[in-house]
Ligand binder design. Structure first.
Ligand code: FAD
Length: 467
């Protein structure tokens, strides 16, 4: 065993993968998870039912030897299928070919697979134990146990992977302020379900060009952009789709405040999302029983307390979900932290400071891009100027791949730092705006001159590692 024993709070996606990485590097790891063991009790959701896994997350899983197993339970998504009000759908590919795709995975199945892997690597998992308080002087923690009791435990190095509402963060903040700032998006979300096609009324089966048991094209992330709000749908392996409605929380119609129940919401869907509504046989029950989730971005000045405690994943930097990167970013965190700790197991103060130094600019960058992507998804994917920029950008990326790559591709299919992707994306966007300033038509742009402009203005892209 190397270094101090590690006490991990939270056995969700990031905590479970971190436990694998640390145990594989020889650390003694105990994980305390608030919920019951999902492998016995069933997965108690609460957050999105499925998620998009991209290259960064896959790379972290690869390094833990888990990528192949995860992909066996994932559905490939090649691009965005954008649905207009008239019911037409068009696929906008994410990348150049099937080497650039994202994967829809079940949160519950992934969590359980990671918990199995953590246990197999030697981590000890303790379920039904919620962190309640911490004495940082003695490093003793109090855990609220499932039966309503309490248990005091001597902690090792404390790492909080206990999500956006982190109890460890609250305890650290009470001990020495972390400079916490929460920026609410002002929009919420609600989940609905499209069942497998075979469970829909016959007239609706195979609607929308669906295949096999799916009611819609399975290999796409579906978007119904409507300006200030939208619906999206991600496929599940068993033929269903999880639909998420994103809408302002408050304010003038439409908002969750103006659509308090399924009757009001059904009337709204029948005008704004008529094709989609017809694929949601359980709309009323789902709308009335599924809660409205809130969305915020979390910023902290400090992620650690001396060499004693550290926050990781959503506990340190929760973001809004519109780039599909929260988990991916947290998975990237796990590799960086495990490598740093393995290199200097006895100098945890330096390791924690270095971890924040490396990761915080990138967490800030993906936080900013995730908010920007909300506007893009709900609005611009149907906007002609956005589409012209996208078309010109794609033509240039094919013509000069060393100098032009869409920001979405940099974020989703490479391992370049998020902060680099943000900066490079801004520079490329300014050039595309310049090239399309005098014409709405890509055909009017001299592609050779445009390529020369990119090459003379921007340095070549760095080494881009694809998976
Ligand atoms: P969590 O997943 O929140 O896990 C925290 C764990 O800690 C939980 O198991 C919880 O039970 C436990 N816990 C909490 N309190 C305590 C306590 N006091 N003591 C002990 N244990 C505790 N990311 C993507 O990459 N792609 C996507 O497509 C995507 N889609 C999303 C869609 C939505 C609607 C939302 C809300 C998020 C989405 N995300 C996505 C983000 C992703 O869900 C998070 O980034 C990811 O879950 C963070 O993992 P985590 O382990 O840090 O936190």
């Amino acid at each position: 065993m190397s270094g101090q024993p590690i006490t991990l709070i939270g056995g969700g996606l990031v905590g479970a993968l971190l436990a694998v990485q640390l145990a594989q590097r020889g650390f003694s790891v105990d994980v305390h998870e608030k919920r019951p063991d999902p492998r016995r009790a069933g997965f108690l959701g609460g957050r999105s039912i499925n998620l998009a896994l991209a290259e960064r997350g896959l790379q972290a899983l690869r390094m833990a030897g888990l990528a192949e197993t995860v992909l066996q339970h994932a559905v490939m998504m090649r691009g965005r299928m954008v649905h207009d009000r008239e019911g037409n759908g068009a696929l906008q590919r994410y990348g150049v070919d099937d080497s650039e795709v994202i994967w829809s995975v079940s949160r519950g199945a992934l969590n359980m697979l990671l918990l199995d892997a953590a246990e197999a690597a030697g981590a000890r998992l303790h379920f039904g134990q919620a962190l309640a308080s911490v004495d940082f002087d003695s490093m003793r923690i109090r855990l609220a146990t499932a039966g309503g009791g309490e248990q005091d435990v001597q902690a090792g190095l404390l790492i909080g992977a206990d999500g956006a509402g982190s109890a460890l963060r609250s305890a650290m903040n009470a001990h020495a302020p972390l400079g916490e700032r929460v920026e609410p998006l002002g929009h919420g979300y609600k989940e609905l379900e499209i069942p497998p096609a075979g469970k829909l009324p016959t007239a609706l089966q195979q609607l929308g060009g669906g295949r096999d048991q799916y009611a819609l094209e399975p290999h796409a992330l579906h978007i119904w952009p409507r300006g200030g709000y939208m619906c999206i749908a991600l496929p599940n392996t068993e033929g269903s789709f999880t639909v998420t409605l994103f809408l302002p929380a408050q304010g003038a119609a439409p908002s969750f405040a103006t659509l308090p129940d399924a009757t009001a919401a059904a009337a709204f869907f029948s005008t704004q999302f008529p094709g989609l509504l017809s694929l949601l046989p359980d709309f009323r029950a789902d709308y009335d029983s599924n809660p409205v989730g809130t969305l915020s971005t979390l910023y902290l000045d400090r992620w650690h307390l001396d060499g004693r405690a550290l926050l990781i994943g959503d506990a340190a930097h929760a973001i809004v979900p519109f780039h599909g990167q929260g988990m991916n970013c947290g998975f990237e965190d796990t590799v960086v932290l495990a490598d740093l700790l393995a290199a200097s197991p006895d100098d945890t103060a330096a390791v924690f400071a270095e971890f924040q130094r490396q990761r915080q600019p990138n967490a800030d960058a993906i936080a900013a891009m995730a908010v920007e992507n909300y506007v893009e998804m709900r609005d611009s994917v149907a906007d002609p100027h956005y589409l012209a920029k996208r078309e010109l950008g794609s033509a240039l990326a094919a013509r000069i791949p060393d100098h032009c790559m869409a920001r979405y591709r940099l974020v989703t299919f490479t391992h370049v730092p998020y902060a680099y992707a943000l900066e490079r994306g801004r520079a490329q966007d300014a050039l595309l705006e310049q090239l399309l300033r005098d014409t709405p038509n890509v055909a009017d742009v001299d592609i050779e001159a445009a390529a020369r402009l990119f090459q003379s203005t921007l340095p070549p892209l760095p080494e881009l590692r694809h998976g």
